[in-house]
Ligand binder design. Structure first.
Ligand SMILES: [Zn+2]
Length: 488
């Protein structure tokens, strides 16, 4: 019995050694069998930058370097299998890509896949890894920026030339050249609009009122039709009137930054029928820009005009670079219950949210950076200055006024989800000196509202309502002189 047991034991020792050998062999051979697979590759071209995303179950080791004559960016992916997804990458590069001419993918040496980007111009790439977020697994992100980016203010003035569409779809004239093109129907003073007056208006809007109306500035505020429009009448009737009324009172160009929420990797909320928030917000933002540009003394700048991601803080920076007077971020709400519906408007809060729902919404919207993908290693000095230097308090009070005006107009075309402007810590609303609001146009998670959000005519109605609110606000709060707005 005892011998038999000993024999069994010695047998299992042999078995154990065999097993150990097998395990060692397997471990040694692992790199051959367990190469990482790229499960998805995506390309997001834009005038601002082109992003290439490679998604995989685990983080991918990589090395990046440049080769010149001609300019190429080389990315070596270590321990990655050259699969169909990677081989499909060249086909994903559009003919109109501003920065990438072509891509070549091939096995460079055992276990290393080499991706070569043939470039159109001198670029400054930013390559970084993202941990899993939202629906995504690990992502390796290559952001290919131009080495010499276009000046956004120049882009505002120059006619649009890029095929993909970026800032400044319509040519915009320098502010001192722009006065009301037609007299306001209810204007009491003649709109002589000579250049001198306009320059004066740009330097000091109150002086322009004096020039135009021939009455002292202090009185002008009481006499001008603008001031009347600003009376505390919030009836629907007056809302409709204010939407029709041109923005009076100042000859200086009012610039509105129109921010289409989400974009690129970040689809935003999804409708039950597959509508993506990022598409709806861009469609509405474009319509809003078109409406604003039709106003004689207003111009809109799209913060993004394409399907690519702009980090939240960069949206603020872009708005400041074009010296926007107002910032309007367009979104579509979502909730687990499909019967949640209505429009709502939000402003920033420095101290906590006005409700739990507002706090949760801000959390969800702020996740945009995680899902959209931001290289946290890059510290933008302009960004730091923009976000830290100035006090937000005065701006928030103006943001609430702007929000109330827009909410009133939205109440004409949709039920209101919340009857008052709510506040929470939205990262995208942190422009220190620009009244900023976030508009949740409707619930994309509500099937009825989802189909309306996709409808061009309804998108126009939303754009009209937002413009109506902006004009309503401007009528009561004419913009300050241009030189008071700091630019970066
Ligand atoms: Zn959103």
């Amino acid at each position: 019995m005892r011998d038999a047991r000993r024999a069994g034991l010695s047998l299992s020792v042999v078995e154990f050694l065999k097993l150990l050998l097998l395990v060692l062999l397997l471990v040694a051979a692992t790199p051959l069998f367990a190469a990482e697979k790229i499960v998805a590759s995506r390309v997001w071209p834009s005038q601002e930058y082109t992003r290439v995303t490679l998604e995989s179950a685990h983080a991918v080791k990589h090395q990046t370097f440049f080769v010149s004559d001609p300019q190429r960016l080389v990315v070596d992916l270590e321990g990655v299998e050259l699969n169909g997804e990677l081989k499909s990458l060249p086909a994903r590069i559009g003919e109109n890509d501003p920065y990438i001419r072509t891509v070549r993918v091939g096995l460079n040496r055992p276990g290393v896949v080499r991706v070569v980007f043939d470039l159109r111009t001198e670029v400054k790439p930013s390559v970084f890894a993202l941990a899993p977020a939202g629906e995504y697994k690990h992502r390796l992100v290559l952001d290919i920026y131009p080495a010499h980016p276009a000046d956004p203010l120049l882009a505002l003035i120059a006619p649009k030339t890029d095929p993909i569409g970026e800032i400044g779809r319509a040519p915009v004239i320098a502010s001192t050249d722009v006065g009301p093109k037609k007299p306001a129907p209810d204007a009491t003073a003649s709109m002589k609009g000579d250049v001198a007056a306009k320059i004066a208006a740009d330097a000091r809007p109150d002086a322009a009122v004096e020039l135009k109306l021939g009455i002292p500035v202090d009185d002008a505020h009481d006499v001008a039709p603008v001031a009347k429009a600003g009376a505390a009448d919030t009836s629907r009737e007056s809302a409709r009137e204010s939407a029709k009324r041109p923005v009076p009172h100042t000859d200086r160009l009012v610039i509105v930054a129109v921010d289409a929420g989400h974009g690129g990797e970040d689809s935003g909320a999804l409708g039950k029928r597959g509508t993506r928030e990022k598409d709806v917000t861009l469609a509405i933002a474009r319509r809003l820009k078109d409406r604003i540009d039709k106003e004689p003394n207003m111009r809109a700048v799209l913060v993004r005009d394409g399907d690519y991601f702009v980090p939240l803080a960069q949206r603020v920076v872009k708005s400041r670079r074009v010296r926007a007077d107002l910032f309007v971020s367009i979104h579509a709400d979502a909730w687990v219950r499909p019967d949640a519906k209505g429009s709502s408007v939000f402003a920033l809060s420095e101290r906590g949210a006005t409700s739990t729902a507002a706090r949760l919404l801000a959390q969800r919207e702020n996740q945009s950076d995680l899902i959209g993908g931001v290289n946290l290693a890059v510290k933008d000095p302009v960004l730091a200055r923009t976000l830290l230097d100035l006090s937000l308090t005065a701006t928030i009070s103006d943001s609430l006024k702007l929000g109330k005006a827009v909410l009133t107009e939205l109440g004409d075309i949709n039920t209101l989800h919340r009857g008052a402007v709510e506040q929470a810590g939205f990262a995208v609303l942190k422009a220190p000196d620009t009244p900023s609001i976030l508009v949740e146009t409707a619930f994309i998670s509500n099937p009825d509202e989802e189909s309306r959000l996709k409808d061009g005519a309804y998108q126009d109605r939303i754009a009209n309502a937002v413009l109506g609110g902006i004009k309503r606000y401007l009528a009561q709060n004419p913009p300050l002189a241009r030189n008071k707005v700091a630019a970066n």
